[in-house]
Design a protein around this ligand. Sequence first.
Ligand SMILES: [Zn+2]
Length: 473
Amino acid sequence: MQKDENFSEWYDRVLLEAQIVDDRYPVKGFSVYLGWGFSIAKRIVQMLEERLEEEGHQPMQFPVVIPEDAFQKEAEHIAGFAGEVFWITHAGENRLERRLLLRPTSETAIYPLFKIWIRSHADLPLRMHQTCNVYRYETKATRPLYRGREFLWNEAHTAHVDYEGAERQVRKGVEIYRSVYDRLGLSYLLLKRPDFDKFAGAVYSLAFDTWNPDGKVNQIGTVHELGENFARAFDVTYEDEKGVQRHVSTTCYGMGIGRTLAATIAHHGDDHGLVLPPVVAPKQVVIVPIPFKGSEEAVAAYSREIEARLSGAGVRVVLDDDDRLRPGEKFYKWEMFGVPVRIEVGPREVEERSATLVRRDTLERSKAELDGLIDAVRRLFDDIYRSLRERSWRRLEEEIAEADSLDQLRAYMEERRIVKVNWCGDPDCAFKLKDEVAGEVRGTLWERREEPTGPCIVCGDAAKEVAYVSRTY
Ligand SMILES: [Zn+2]
């Protein structure tokens, strides 16, 4: 099963065999999270929610339906999402007086309540978040976790006394997301999207784009500065210290949980299946007894002793004592599930009071005394995490190329690379580029300005920016 040669086939097989997602639900674009996959997803959600709440975001849960009149308040927003909206028009046989839609994102659900809650500057900043499903009738080809018509995400919404407050929150949102991606060992480009591709209704949008083995960049999170755009549309105001009514400034940010899970699978997995960072692995250690005739009971008892020690130390451990499978079949199975560490226990380990450890990422073997086992396992977790993270960042660097002609860009696009080009900033050049090379201008680096090294790759005029171009999901 070759991941890099045929990612699509590899991915489909891993989703099913490692019980991540079942895509056979009989509605296109909707799929079922399975036990292993949802356990990983929940751990990603938990890491994110903890960070958001540490930073003052209150957990909330808004209704999934939005009334039509609220949705239509912000003109750009409705223009951006209208084509993808699922409408609820009937209750039984009766046509609803007021049509409802399933949230494609929740600004228009949340702002009418912000208007009620926010009275004075003392109510600000207001920060909330929710983990929920959103609904978008995607017309592009759907792909489980990458692009569905229902997807699981976490969205945060914040309101501030002024634009500077919202700007600080944008940076805070970036920092929170970065901390989660970092713990997952994921590399990414943090790009400012070009104006024509920003969130509908935003002042500007930032996005975390990450590489994918098939060359289509995966957007795993976005952070938006909304300025007063939504506050004006929904008339969300507060009274300042001098008694003057002012519009709040707002931000929002969203992390696709499915896409983040997809990136974790795609970055770290190998030809044997999943490779999970220990922090999100539903089981971090699997113990596989390898008994020989006459040693069955001693091996079983010693395996249970190891299990008890590890679980007593807070390690998520499973003892695979299923007699129906041979040890080799168990290795194969747990490698597919990406369990970070395997412990093999035979008569020799029983005699020596030791354990043989195999790390999933490199399949390297090592030995540990029983008394030092917990430390040895923790050290392996750290090593695995660091090595996965380094590999992911190295791969991102390798994916990036630079082109100074359309022919060169086209050749790199065929190699499915991420390509830096000089760009004049004119949207028409970006659209022309898309027609010519099947790649999209994704934006410019947000935190570090890169100086153009030549003229615009499309029109030949002076370039203002260095843009990143790639295929995309
Ligand atoms: Zn140009």
